[in-house]
Design a protein. Structure first.
Lengths: 268, 248
C-alpha cells in the first residue's frame, strides 16, 4: 500500500522498502490460516475462538445493525469533543512551556511525571464532576490526550528555527502573529504526530469509560455483547475499533510525513 | 534559575491545592464533589489501616512485574527474530505497528471469557498490550547498531552466532533496556486500569471499591496514592535506564 502511493515507506516510518505489500499480505493469510486451523481443531471452545466464517458473520451483523451506527455516532462525537478540548488545551499549555524556558523548568516535569500514569482511575472523580452521561467520557478522553499533546507541542515549539523567530522580530510581529505565521506553519508535522499519539489515548479513554458506566456508545455495545456471551458480535466490534484506530493512524502518519516534506521543501 | 523555577512550580501547585481548600470552605466548590485537600490527606492513614493498601500494592506490583518480564522476554525474542530474517520483518512489522496503535485493552471482556476473572487475566491483558511496543523497540534497536561495528566483526571473521553474541547484543543492549522500561510502564498502566475496570485485586480495585462506597476522601486519597506510586516507579525506571546507558 505504501509502495503504491510511491512514498516507499511504511506508515509508521519504519524501515521497509518497496514491495512490502506481498509479504504483509502473506503474513495476514498465514495468521488467518493459523487462526482457522486452531478454531477448527476443537482444541479450544469454538464459542471463544470462532472460525473465520463466524467472525465474518458477526462483523456483517454488526455493520448491518442500525444500533451499531447509533452507538458509533455517540462514541465518535465524544471522541471528537475530547480531542478538541484536550488537544487545544494541551497545545496551548505546550506552547507556553515551549516558548518560556522558565515555565518549562517550573512545570514540565509535572506533566512528564503525570503523563504515563493510568488515567482511567480518574473516572470516578470525572463522573462526579461531569455527570454519568457523555460528559464524563469526553472528560476522560480529554484528560488522556492532554499530556502527550503538551509534551509534543513543547518539543515542536522548541525545535522551531531561531532564524525564523528573529525574522518575525525584525518585522515587529506581535505574539499572535508570531504564533500564527511562524510557530504554527513550522510545527504542523510534529503537532500532527502529537494528535496521532493523543488520538490513540483519547480513544482508549473514551471506550474504557463507556465499558465501565454508560448506556450508549461502542464501549457499551462491547459490554452488552459480553453480557449476552455473543462472541461473534464482540469480535466484530473489536475488529471494527482496531480497524478504525489503524485507519486514523495511517491517515495522520501520511499527513505528518506530507507536512514534514512540505516544511523541508520550504526550507530548501 | 532552574532551581528557582522548580521552586516556583512547586509553590504554584501547592497554592492551587490551598486555593481549592479555601474555595470549598467558602462554598464555591461543592464539598460533596471535591473533598477538602486536608480531608483527603487525613484519609490516607485510614486507607493504610483498614484497606490493606500494602498487600494490594504487592498484588499490583507482582502482576506488573509478571506482565513486564513476560513482555520483555517474548518481545525481545520476537524483535530479534524479525531483525534476523528480513522477510519476516517485512511481513510482520507492519502488523506489529497496527497492534501497537490499537486499543487492545478494550478486548478485556474477551480475556475475561478466556481466562476467567482472575489475576491471570490482568497479567495477560497487560502482557498483550505491552508486547507490540517492545517488539518494535527491539527491532529498531538492533537496526540502529552502527554498521562500522558489524564491519569490524566481519573483518574478524565472526559467524552469525558470535556476531550476535559479541557485536549486536552488546551494541543493542541500551535499547533492550528501553524495551524493558516500556514493558514495565505499559504493564503498570494496564494492570491498574484492568483492576479498576473488573474490580479485582490490587490498587485499581481499591479505587473502584472506595468510589462505589461513595467514600470520597478515600477515593481521592487512593487516586493520589496510585499516582504517587506510578510516578515513583517511572522516575526510578528512567534513572535506572540512564545509569545503565552511562555504564554501557
Amino acid at each position: 500500500m505504501a509502495a503504491a502511493t510511491g512514498i516507499g515507506r511504511s506508515t509508521w516510518g519504519l524501515a521497509s522498502g518497496p514491495g512490502t505489500a506481498g509479504p504483509r499480505l502473506a503474513a495476514a493469510l498465514l495468521l488467518g490460516g493459523g487462526w482457522q486451523a486452531l478454531a477448527m481443531s476443537g482444541l479450544l471452545f469454538q464459542d471463544v475462538m470462532p472460525p473465520l466464517q463466524v467472525l465474518a458473520g458477526g462483523l456483517g451483523a454488526v455493520v448491518l445493525d442500525g444500533g451499531f451506527w447509533a452507538n458509533a455516532a455517540v462514541t465518535g462525537a465524544e471522541l471528537f469533543l475530547a480531542l478538541l478540548i484536550g488537544g487545544v488545551a494541551g497545545a496551548a499549555v505546550g506552547l507556553l512551556l515551549g516558548v518560556s524556558a522558565f515555565m518549562s523548568a517550573a512545570f514540565e516535569r509535572w506533566i512528564t511525571w503525570l503523563g504515563p500514569t493510568p488515567k482511567i482511575i480518574l473516572f470516578p472523580v470525572l463522573i462526579l464532576l461531569c455527570g454519568v452521561g457523555p460528559g464524563s467520557k469526553v472528560a476522560m478522553g480529554a484528560v488522556s490526550c492532554f499530556f502527550p499533546m503538551v509534551l509534543s507541542t513543547a518539543a515542536a515549539v522548541r525545535g522551531v528555527d531561531p532564524v525564523l523567530l528573529r525574522v518575525a522580530r525584525s518585522f515587529r510581529c506581535g505574539p499572535w502573529q508570531t504564533v500564527l505565521k511562524i510557530y504554527l506553519p513550522s510545527t504542523v508535522a510534529p503537532l500532527l504526530n502529537g494528535v496521532r499519539l493523543g488520538f490513540g489515548l483519547a480513544l482508549i479513554g473514551v471506550l474504557l469509560a463507556e465499558t465501565k458506566l454508560s448506556n450508549q456508545g461502542i464501549g457499551f455495545a462491547v459490554m452488552q455483547a459480553y453480557a449476552r456471551f455473543d462472541m461473534p458480535r464482540m469480535y466484530g466490534l473489536l475488529i471494527l475499533v482496531v480497524g478504525f484506530a489503524a485507519a486514523v493512524n495511517i491517515a495522520l502518519g501520511h499527513g505528518t510525513r506530507l507536512a514534514a516534506g512540505v516544511a523541508a521543501g520550504r526550507d530548501r | 534559575m532552574r532551581a528557582g523555577a522548580a521552586l516556583f512550580g512547586l509553590v504554584v501547585v501547592a497554592g492551587l491545592v490551598g486555593l481549592v481548600q479555601v474555595a470549598i470552605g467558602a462554598g464555591f466548590i461543592d464539598e460533596y464533589t471535591v473533598p477538602r485537600p486536608m480531608e483527603i490527606a487525613a484519609a490516607l492513614p485510614r486507607l493504610v489501616r483498614e484497606e490493606h493498601v500494602a498487600s494490594r500494592f504487592l498484588v499490583s506490583a507482582a502482576e506488573t512485574f509478571a506482565a513486564g518480564a513476560l513482555a520483555t522476554v517474548v518481545g525481545t525474542a520476537l524483535g530479534a527474530a524479525l531483525f534476523r530474517w528480513p522477510l519476516l520483518r517485512r511481513s510482520f512489522e507492519p502488523w506489529a505497528a497496527v497492534l501497537a496503535a490499537a486499543p487492545l485493552v478494550l478486548a478485556y471482556p474477551l480475556f475475561l471469557v478466556l481466562f476467567g476473572r482472575s489475576s491471570v487475566t490482568v497479567v495477560v491483558i497487560a502482557f498483550v498490550s505491552a508486547l507490540p511496543p517492545v517488539v518494535l523497540q527491539t527491532v529498531s534497536g538492533f537496526s540502529s547498531v552502527r554498521p562500522v561495528l558489524l564491519a569490524v566483526g566481519r573483518s574478524f571473521g565472526l559467524g552469525r552466532r558470535s556476531e550476535f553474541r559479541h557485536v549486536l547484543l552488546p551494541a543493542a543492549l541500551p535499547s533492550v533496556f528501553t524495551g524493558l522500561r516500556l514493558a514495565l510502564m505499559f504493564g503498570l498502566i494496564n494492570v491498574i486500569g484492568v483492576e479498576f475496570l473488573i474490580n479485582l485485586g490490587g490498587l485499581g480495585a481499591l479505587i473502584n471499591d472506595l468510589s462505589e462506597r461513595y467514600d470520597l476522601p478515600g477515593t481521592w486519597a487512593a487516586i493520589g496514592f496510585v499516582v504517587l506510586v506510578s510516578v515513583t516507579f517511572f522516575v526510578l525506571l528512567d534513572g535506572g535506564e540512564r545509569w545503565l546507558r552511562q555504564r554501557g
